[in-house]
Every structure is written in C-alpha cells, then in structure tokens.
Design a protein around this ligand. Structure first.
Ligand SMILES: Cc1cc2nc3c(=O)[nH]c(=O)nc-3n(C[C@H](O)[C@H](O)[C@H](O)COP(=O)(O)OP(=O)(O)OC[C@H]3O[C@@H](n4cnc5c(N)ncnc54)[C@H](O)[C@@H]3O)c2cc1C
Length: 394
C-alpha cells in the first residue's frame, strides 16, 4: 500500500474563489506558509462567469444596508477594512480597465479573466502554493487541523473555509462549508437560493410561454421591498434584475406585485385620451411591448376604444397596471441562483477576524457566511472584504 502524502503548512484555505484567493494573498504577504486547495481544475470559476463574463466586481455606492444577515451590523467592519476603492486600486496596479455601468456597478472593460489572472499573479508573488483538482473531504482537529484530500493529508494550525454557497454546482459548489461548521458545533442559518429567476404556476406558464425573451422596465414589490429594473419573461417564468432582487425577499406562497408603468399615472393618461378613438392596447403599446400588452389585455381588460370604458373600468384597469399581481410557484433553485441566502451564523464568528469564537484557528470567509448582498457587485465585494479581514489574522 502506498503511504499517504502528509503536507504541513501554517494555513490551509479550502476554496480558490474570490474570498479564498484574497485571503491567501494577505496571509502569504505575512510570510505564513499557505496552501490553497480546490477540487476544480481552474481557480476563480465564479469570478470568470460573473457579470456575463465582465464581472461586476464591486459597487461604488456600497452601504451595509445592501446586505442581508441575521446581524446587519456584522459586515460593517470587514467592508470598512477593505473597500471598493481598495479593490479598484489593485486593478489599477495591474493595468486592468473597468467602467461604471449604472448605479455604481463596476465591471471589467475586457473580460473577468483579467481579474482571475491578477489574483493568480498576486498569489504567486506572495508565495502562495495552489493545488487544484484537490477535493477536501474529512476535516478533523487535534493540536492542528487535518484535512483529508484525494491528494494526501494536509495539516495546518489555521484553516480557512472559503467554499462559497450551494449555487451552480457545475462551478464547484458543495456543502462542505456548512457541514464543517456543523461538525464544529457552529450554527448555520436557514439556506435558500437567491438572486434567482421565479417560475410561474402551471396555468400562467401556459399563458405566458409565447412571451419568452420579452422584457420591460418595471418596479417589482414583495413584502414592502421594491426594486426598479428590467423584468424578463423566460420560458418558465420571470427573470431580469428586478426579479432577481425581489427573490431575496420572496418565500413560497408570497405574491409579487409589478408596477407596469412606474413613471406614468395610468389613470391620468386614460383621462387625457378619454375623447380619442385610440384602443386601450394601442395606447399601452406605446409604453410596453406590444406582445405583452396583447396577452395582458386578453387576461385583464378586453381592448376597446378608450372612450367606451366607464369611469370605474378606467380606474380598475389603471389600478391593475400599477399593481399586476403574480403568485410564483417557486424559483429555478440553486442550479440558476447567483447566491445562497443564509450561511454560517454570524453570532459564531468575530466580525473583525472571521474566526470562529468557539474554535481558535478556524475561519470562514465569503458567501459561506450568513451575509448576502443584493445584485450589483455587492457579493464579490463581500468576498474580497471578508477574505482580506481573515488574511490579516489566519
Ligand atoms: C452566474 C453567476 C453570476 C454572478 N455574478 C456576480 C456579479 O456580477 N457580481 C457579484 O458581486 N457577484 C456575482 N455572483 C456571486 C459571486 O460570484 C459569489 O458570491 C462569489 O464568487 C462568492 O465567492 P466565494 O469565494 O465565497 O465562493 P466561490 O467563488 O463559490 O468559491 C468557492 C470555491 O470552493 C471550491 N470548493 C467547494 N467545495 C470544495 C471541496 N470540497 N474541496 C475543494 N474545493 C471546494 C469551489 O470549487 C470554489 O472554487 C455571481 C454568481 C453566479 C453563480
């Protein structure tokens, strides 16, 4: 029988994603011997696909209020310790071009691969060792942490769990981070897929399936939260930025309400055209896609010349346009979710160091923690900031 390979390091980081790589750079700079291991073939797979290949890597308007967590204060210290400007200055040092798309969202001008290459170079400069195709399985602790992998056993005095959430399993997601927390007696909050498209109920799916690809600008609400942005019909339901954002709030059985004319008072518009011969669907098609309006009118208001509607009918139609209600059947799940909402309970961790209070030497960084950002670069910034914080101490 072949002897098991045994490697000893100061720090082992499981997960070569955004949080793990930044943490590796920082620990390496402190002259700790660091090994990053990941079961994928390449580092930073989620960085590569994010932002449609252009990586919305941060947001200039970042506020702690852009994050969801059982403890909304937990994220503050790490976000202040490594800011969007700090990450941008790293890109500047590497000559990587970027641009602001909208609402403070910063994207790579060329490709997200430039960020992956930058992190790889920074790791190499900091003397970080990387081992890919290396899957962590069993973790134990005596004096040091011991991590069993398909490559051998690795021992270290500090262990950083940077294994992300459950979404997009084909990019490497596993539940090892949450299992490890449980194994060491740390609580994990309820998990659910978020920033995820919603699926129609069967009846609505039949009605709207022809509209796949149609989109419009709207304001979407659920349980008091409102988001303005694009709504896109898919072949099974609704997607687009406004829907992805509202999925952070949506729970099974909840309604969502869509204001189809967020910039217009529909009632005033109808009154102003009261004497005209224009048909309802033609008037509405000046503001919303014609194919959608055709279906919407078939469902809610048969289209006739405006002057033939009674005052009450006009009021009712205007009300429906400002509050079109849908009860989704579910979400597209982790397969299509950008993030996992929930994670390792922040009450278990130091907000300064990301170290588990009950388990000295054990750190959690990035999406695996119960800190989830809205759409717009906030999740990657959390990965950079929490990874940086742990990198000062691990
Ligand atoms: C399609 C998509 C688009 C997105 N776009 C954006 C965007 O534009 N802006 C934004 O801010 N956020 C975006 N996100 C979210 C963002 O990518 C994540 O929140 C962020 O990458 C999380 O970083 P992380 O380092 O915590 O985890 P990850 O990047 O998920 O890294 C975890 C790593 O751990 C490895 N791993 C897991 N289990 C094991 C194991 N047992 N052994 C070894 N290795 C293991 C995985 O292979 C993976 O490489 C997007 C997500 C998706 C899926």
């Amino acid at each position: 029988m072949q002897a098991q390979r045994l490697i000893k390091k100061d720090v082992v980081i499981i997960g070569a994603g955004a949080a793990g790589l930044i943490c590796a750079i920082e620990t390496g700079k402190r002259h700790r011997s660091v090994l990053v291991l990941d079961h994928m073939e390449k580092i930073g797979e989620k960085i590569r696909v994010s932002g449609g290949g252009h990586c919305n890597f941060t947001n200039l308007n970042l506020q702690p209020g852009n994050y969801f967590s059982t403890n909304p204060h937990f994220c503050k210290s790490a976000l202040a310790g490594f800011t969007p400007e700090d990450f941008i200055s790293m890109l500047d040092r590497h000559g990587i071009e970027y641009f602001e798309k909208e609402k403070g969202q910063i994207f790579c001008k060329k490709t997200s691969r430039e960020i992956v290459r930058m992190l790889y170079k920074e790791c190499a400069n900091a003397g970080v060792e990387m081992r890919m195709n290396c899957r962590a399985s069993v973790i134990s602790k005596n004096e040091n942490f011991s991590i069993a992998t398909n490559w051998g056993v690795v021992e270290a005095s500090s262990l950083v769990i940077a294994t992300g959430g459950l979404s997009y399993p084909e990019l490497g997601a596993t539940d090892i981070g949450y299992r490890t927390a449980g194994q060491f007696g740390l609580k994990v909050t309820k998990l659910k897929p978020a920033l995820v498209p919603l699926i129609f109920r069967q009846r609505d799916r039949e009605i709207f399936k022809e509209l796949s690809g149609v989109s419009f600008d709207a304001s979407v609400s659920c349980k008091g939260a409102h988001f303005r942005g694009k709504v896109l019909f898919t072949h099974r339901g609704l997607s687009g930025p406004a829907i992805l954002q509202i999925s952070l709030y949506w729970e099974q059985g909840d309604k969502i309400s869509i204001n189809l004319l967020p910039d217009i008072d529909a009632y005033a518009l109808f009154i102003s055209k009261r004497t005209s011969r224009i048909a309802l669907s033609n008037l509405l098609s000046e503001h919303l896609p014609r194919r959608f309006i055709h279906t919407w009118c078939c469902l809610h208001a048969s289209s006739r010349p405006l002057r033939t509607y009674t005052e009450k009918e006009i009021k009712d139609i205007a009300g429906l346009l400002h509050s079109w209600t849908i009860i989704p059947e579910g979400t597209e799940g982790y397969r299509k979710a950008e993030i996992t909402l929930g994670g390792v309970d922040t009450a278990e961790l130091s907000s300064k160091t990301m170290e588990a209070k009950k388990v000295p030497g054990l750190y959690f960084v990035g999406e695996v923690i119960d800190v989830s950002g809205q759409l717009g670069g906030y999740n990657l910034q959390w990965a950079w900031s929490s990874g940086y914080a742990a990198g000062q101490y691990a």
